[in-house]
Design a protein around this ligand. Sequence first.
Ligand code: FES
Length: 166
Amino acid sequence: MQQLAGQITYQDWDLEKARELASEFADRTGGVMIALHKIQETFGYVDDTAMAMLGKVFNLSRAEVHGVTSFYHDFRRHKPGKYTVKVCQAEACQAMGSYQLTEKIKSFLGTDFHGTSEDGNFSLEAVYCLGNCACSPNIMIDQQTYGRVTIEGFKALADSLVKEAV
Ligand code: FES
């Protein structure tokens, strides 16, 4: 399995810090989207308590903020697993079996896309091209890309990451 680089760590949820981040974009067109991205980059998800806060900062109803966060699947509403696994669903990877690989990874982790394994170790997401098509099928774990992934390779990698995290 070919591997490229990086791991993500998130801060624990902090409503005041989220408010500070959001306030920077209060006067910008589309500021709520930028704020949501910034909050997710920082904490790994957008906590329920952010809905009312974002409504005040951007002068929107709670329902409007909720509508934006649920329309865009990129925004997680729950604390992510220790690692985020993204499986490429774009054409080159599909041609090399990413659909079958995805089903096996879902079954191994016991979760669908946008969910987290029961042990809290892995969140699963779809991604559309990681720029490593020559080594399809590809996955990304946090910021590290792995090419020519097989289910056996994935299981071994997942086991080693869980041991590393203990
Ligand atoms: S299609 Fe999967 S990396 Fe490009």
